[in-house]
Design a protein around this ligand. Structure first.
Ligand code: PLP
Length: 364
């Protein structure tokens, strides 16, 4: 039998990091701390309440959840101008990104990003028949902002996507550079949306403003966030985005009806009500990150400056051998980034101690 699969998809493997039950799972940038019992109880009670109405479709516009997300951004990033109509959400920020591509991408349209970056970006483009164009980052993984703004003028993309902090490098994009991208995008004929993917924003240095602070003056800016990382809710699948209402309205057109289940909405709202408890260890993770980076540098490795909960380090002549050696010792990290580099997510102090001793053994 011949299946009429799209030729460009034939033979492709689905994206995804290994899910293995080992001692230290340091490969997908999750918060290593499970929700405290009190939060588990609150989520269970909220889901129980939602279950009483599961014969009905959920609120398609999830306005209460959007209000809670706006309130969270006001508390976390001091952006107090966001209303529910400025917020979008979906099953992970991956789905939010897909909505952006469905609404703004398409055949003959281009998305511009800066490599190395999140490996899902080309997939959203592929799946929506959008052209994906990348410009390389500098050797230290920062953005060459003059080259970036020139590329926006040359390529005339419908969207520019920058993760800040970037995955897999951890590199933050200074706000003045976001403003430079916005200025260049404003000149693109037909319009260009600047999307800042702040999946790791909660790990940024204190006092650094979120790109969301630029939303009032920039109707072509969208800032995406997730509850999967610092928020310790990767299993809940909730990502969201803040932007002007016109952007949100475009996303509402392409979403599937009732895409956020009543269970998801209840879970996310209960988690948001306990955001301080769920993120209680973020400071500790940040300190552990800085210790890990310093230790790796002491060992002679090059480590990319990181504002996230992971570190990209190298170079390794045979990174696959190091990855396998660590795995054999119960430590799962990630083979990603340019050839010769490896990425480790920041776990608990015990997990990081195991990572360090395993790396010493493997490279002895
Ligand atoms: C992990 C990650 C996300 C979040 O994905 P979810 O679908 O929300 O779990 C988004 N962007 C980047 C760059 C990431 O690394």
């Amino acid at each position: 039998m011949t299946l009429p699969i799209r030729p460009e998809l034939a033979g492709l493997e689905p994206y995804g990091a290994p899910q293995l039950d080992v001692t230290a799972r340091l490969n997908v940038n999750e918060n290593p701390y499970a929700p405290p019992d009190a939060v588990v109880d609150a989520i269970a009670a909220a889901v129980r309440k939602a279950a009483e109405g599961l014969n009905r479709y959920p609120d398609r516009d999830f306005l209460l959840l959007r209000g809670d997300l706006a309130a969270y951004l006001a508390a976390e990033s001091h952006v107090d101008f966001l209303e529910p109509r400025n917020i979008w959400a979906a099953n992970g920020s991956n789905e939010v990104m897909l909505h952006l591509h469905q609404a703004f991408g398409g055949p003959g349209r281009k998305v511009l990003s800066f490599a190395p970056t999140y490996s899902m970006y080309p997939e959203y483009a592929r799946d929506t028949l959008t052209d994906f164009v990348t410009l390389p980052r500098r050797a230290d993984f920062t953005l060459d902002i003059d080259a970036a703004t020139a590329a926006i003028r040359d390529v005339a993309p419908v969207m520019v996507i920058v993760a800040s902090p970037n995955n897999p490098t951890g590199t933050a994009l200074p706000l003045v550079h976001v403003e430079a991208l916005l200025a260049a995008a404003a000149d693109v004929p037909g319009g260009c949306l600047v999307v800042i993917d702040e999946a790791y924003a909660e790990f940024r240095r204190r006092g650094v403003p979120s790109a969301a602070s630029l939303i009032p003056a920039h109707p072509h800016l969208a800032v995406s966030r997730t509850m999967s990382k610092a928020f310790a809710l990767a299993g809940g699948r909730l990502g969201y985005l803040a932007a002007h209402e016109e952007v949100i309205d475009a996303l509402r057109v392409v979403r599937l009806p009732y895409h956020l289940s009543a269970v998801t909405q209840a879970t996310a709202r209960a988690a948001l009500a306990h955001h301080r408890d769920l993120q209680a260890q973020v400071d500790e993770i940040r300190a552990e990150r800085d210790d890990t980076v310093a230790w790796l540098r002491d060992q002679g490795y090059t480590v990319a400056d990181t504002d996230a909960n992971f570190a990209l380090f190298g170079p390794f002549e045979d990174r696959e051998r190091v990855f396998q050696g660590l795995l054999a010792r119960g430590v799962l990290i990630r083979v990603t980034g340019p050839e010769g580099w490896l990425r480790v997510s920041i776990g608990t102090p015990q997990e990081m101690a195991l990572f360090r001793s395993a790396l010493l053994e493997v490279t002895a």
